[in-house]
Design a protein around this ligand. Structure first.
Ligand code: SAH
Length: 199
């Protein structure tokens, strides 16, 4: 593993993520009405912060030699073993991401929304944690840290997504609680948020 290969792996991971998400994005736009929306300015800013940290900055870093030169001051000594671990973590993130999309089905939204006929999903990976898709994004951020060994670009994903998560998760749970009442309370009592049995 070399820094160049690690950058290629990161780009392949992003491509894989798009291949999983884009079909859901298209399907969900068709005949799938939104009944409750909390997609306010705060949500838009948070989505942008997360997109920058997990996507725009690291993709630009992998594609642009001049950006890599500008950020060379923050390069860390490259460890092939650490980068190889990053490959495994990214693969795990994508597998989990695929499972969450399959299991959420038409209930999925990019932002805080409830759809017509929304159901509470508690099966599959949703038995393990309440927010497995967010777990998958944290794993992506971790993979980015391990693959792109630069102290500006590496942690940007965890910081960007961490910000979205911190401000969103409580609101999302309140919205789900308002919609599903006692069923959601029982679900909360049985599960943790993003790490099984821990948090
Ligand atoms: N937080 C979840 C879902 C992310 S997508 C996860 O990490 O896996 C965000 C949308 O999913 C929210 O707007 C909400 O409408 C919906 N949602 C969240 N948890 C859900 C659940 N258990 N069942 C059905 N829909 C859910």
């Amino acid at each position: 593993m070399t820094p160049f290969l690690a950058q290629i792996v990161f780009l392949i991971g992003v491509f894989g993520w798009g291949a999983i998400r884009i079909p859901h994005e298209i399907k969900n736009k068709r005949k799938n009405r939104i009944e409750v929306s909390q997609a306010d300015r705060q949500e838009k800013v948070l989505l942008f912060v997360s997109l920058t940290g997990l996507g725009i900055l690291p993709i630009a870093y992998c594609l642009s030699a001049s950006l890599r030169r500008v950020l060379a001051f923050a390069d860390l000594p490259f460890s092939a073993a650490v980068a190889s671990l990053g490959v495994l973590v990214f693969a795990g993130a994508l597998a989990l991401f695929l499972a969450t999309h399959r299991q959420l089905g038409r209930n999925w939204s990019q932002t805080l929304e409830l759809r017509e006929g929304h159901t509470l999903v508690t099966h599959g990976v949703y038995r393990l944690v309440r927010h497995p898709m967010y777990t998958a994004f944290f794993l992506w951020g971790l993979a980015q840290l391990l693959l792109l060994q630069n102290w500006v670009v590496g942690p940007a994903g965890l910081i960007g997504f961490g910000t979205l998560y911190a401000f969103r998760v409580g609101r999302e749970e309140r919205m789900m609680h308002e919609a599903f009442g006692a069923a959601y309370e029982a679900y909360v009592a049985q599960t943790k948020r993003i790490i099984p049995f821990v948090h």
